[in-house]
Write a protein that binds this ligand. Structure first.
Ligand SMILES: Nc1ncnc2c1ncn2[C@@H]1O[C@H](COP(=O)(O)OP(=O)(O)O)[C@@H](O)[C@H]1O
Ligand SMILES: [Mg+2]
Length: 234
């Protein structure tokens, strides 16, 4: 088992606001980990710290064996860690295909390329030359996932990928996440929809007040669902 991402004793800030407190989190090769917790506990700040969008004042981040001293989005991508950001952030002035190529530009060589992404999401091929932001919310999320895959990551961080989407789209995305994971890409799934978490994740880390306060295994069962929902409600 190799470490893809290891955060140790992270203290992170926005300006003088101290958001993450001695946070520890590890994702290993091929794992599917859910990061859960109420709104405002700091889940997105974990992602932002890895990308350098929040300031790490102490602690250590490792991307594989690489000690990350100066976090930047492209540095994470070069070391195989790619983010599907909360709110998707599709580039408005670019076509669907150009958005996908942007993912490849920052990433690594590997099995994912335009034809493979179009096999996974045929709708993106149909709409390849329309503006990325002309897509529906669900299609934009597919584009954001496709763009991340184009970087050939070993780990994808998915920040609330199903927020605001219809149940039928959430089902499609769950299948896609499982397929991507089955092909060996590790996932860190930040999610409020616990029925999605039990379908995709095998382990969870629960956050409160800027730290990971509980961890455990996830099963696709009613008991696991109730257990997870309790962690998010405390
Ligand atoms: N850019 C920012 N500047 C200052 N405070 C922020 C910023 N972004 C988020 N916060 C604060 O940091 C805390 C954690 O936010 P966030 O990581 O977005 O939580 P979550 O993703 O778990 O909902 C919240 O109290 C939020 O108000
Ligand atoms: Mg968030």
């Amino acid at each position: 088992m190799t470490v893809l991402l290891k955060l140790e004793q992270i203290n992170a800030f926005y300006g003088s606001a101290h958001i993450l407190h001695d946070l520890d989190l590890t994702v290993n090769t091929g794992e599917r980990v859910a990061l859960v917790g109420r709104n405002g506990v700091g889940k997105t700040t974990v992602v932002n710290t890895i990308l350098g969008l929040a300031t790490m004042r102490s602690g250590q981040i490792h991307l594989g064996s690489y000690a990350l001293k100066n976090p930047r989005p492209y540095v994470a991508a070069q070391h195989g860690v790619v983010v599907v950001p909360q709110g998707r952030r599709i580039v408005a002035n670019l076509s669907v295909e150009e958005n996908l190529l942007l993912g490849a530009a920052v990433g690594r060589k590997g099995p994912w390329n335009l034809p493979e992404i179009y096999k996974l999401f045929p709708i993106l091929q149909e709409r390849a030359h329309t503006s990325g932001t002309a897509l529906s919310g669900g299609q934009q999320q597919m584009l954001a996932v496709g763009r991340a895959l184009m970087a050939n990551p070993s780990l994808i961080l998915l920040d609330e990928p199903t927020e605001g989407l219809a149940p039928v789209i959430v089902d499609q995305l769950a299948d896609i996440f499982n397929l991507v994971a089955a092909q060996g890409t590790a996932l860190l799934l930040i999610e409020q929809n616990m029925s999605l978490v039990v379908r995709v994740a095998e382990r969870y880390c629960a956050m409160a007040k800027g730290a990971v306060v509980a961890q455990g295994r996830v099963e696709n069962t009613r008991e696991s669902l109730v257990d997870l929902e309790n962690h998010v409600m405390v």
